[in-house]
Design a protein around this ligand. Structure first.
Ligand SMILES: Nc1ncnc2c1ncn2[C@@H]1O[C@H](COP(=O)(O)OP(=O)(O)OP(=O)(O)O)[C@@H](O)[C@H]1O
Length: 268
């Protein structure tokens, strides 16, 4: 029922600025001579989950990494076009990248806790921001772990090393580490592909809950997962945005043949 309501309300092409978390305008990206993203234009709605799907190598990870300028870390990358977040073009050369990356958190395929305690992992970014008061850090750690649905499992072992946690707990810890910075956008690049099915379900339930706090963009190879968790889905093929709509439509009544071929497993 809620999805029908959303579909009626949110016209992705004409999404008003106040409902848009990320507006991508004519985005092109090259790695050396290789033109990887072609004229991507899209609006990603606020407080929703948007999935990026497509064949291996089509540019999903590259696109999601544009949203917090992670591709800047790759020597030969060149980006053209605009990405508007909070009214600013984050591709501007004067963008403050550490502020951007606090506001647009990122979680990768393999959980990557730092080799330190659970507590220190969660408040790592806050300490980098200069926050030292124990009471503030304690509160932030507790709130972030509650949001990541990990608090009950770790509240009695906050000072144990994070690497003693299970894979699913580590992934929720990494999500808590991003949440501690109160991001408005959370990027998840195949966050469950290294996890077993039950743990995957825990993370999917968590995503649905996190929409209350932030906008989520997820890259996934798993179409069942995209259909289950995402409100909107973008299908990419060879660096082009082929189709982008609410997930119910994309997975049941795709408009483009290429999309239909992909979701029915005819290629990829
Ligand atoms: N650092 C790099 N240097 C050169 N080419 C790269 C680099 N990173 C990615 N590419 C190329 O860019 C294209 C898009 O890669 P990307 O990782 O974004 O695809 P993807 O859709 O996320 O793939 P997968 O599903 O396999 O993770 C691929 O052809 C890839 O080989």
């Amino acid at each position: 029922m809620l999805k029908l309501f959303e579909r009626e309300q949110l016209n992705l092409a004409k999404l008003p600025a106040e409902q848009t978390a990320i507006e991508v305008r004519d985005l092109n990206l090259w790695f050396g001579d290789k033109h990887v993203l072609h004229n991507i234009t899209m609006r990603i709605p606020r407080h929703r989950i948007t999935a990026l799907i497509g064949q291996s190598g089509c540019g999903k990870s590259t696109l999601i990494s544009c949203f917090n300028r992670m591709n800047d870390l790759i020597d030969n990358s060149l980006t053209e076009g605009e990405i508007i977040i909070d009214g600013r073009n984050i591709n501007h050369k004067k963008e403050n990248l550490s502020t951007l990356r606090s506001n647009v958190g990122m979680v990768f395929q393999r959980p990557n806790p730092f080799p330190m305690s659970i507590y220190d992992n969660v408040c790592y970014g806050l300490r980098l921001q200069g926050i030292k008061q124990r009471r503030l850090l304690d509160d932030a750690v507790e709130q972030a772990l509650i949001k990541a649905v990990l608090w009950d499992e770790v509240k009695d072992r906050l000072f144990e090393t994070a690497t003693t946690l299970s894979g699913g707990q580590q992934q929720r810890l990494v999500i808590a580490r991003a949440l501690a910075l109160k991001p408005s956008i959370l990027l998840l690049d195949e966050p469950t592909s290294a996890l077993d099915p039950l743990t995957t379900l825990t993370i999917e339930e968590l995503m649905a809950d996190l929409k209350k706090h932030c906008t989520i963009v997820i890259v996934t190879h798993n179409m069942q997962q995209a259909a289950r968790v995402s409100d909107y889905t973008a299908f990419l093929h060879q660096g082009e945005l082929v189709e982008y709509s609410d997930s119910d439509t994309l997975f049941t009544l795709p408009h483009k043949k290429q999309t239909e071929d992909y979701i029915t497993g005819r290629y990829g």
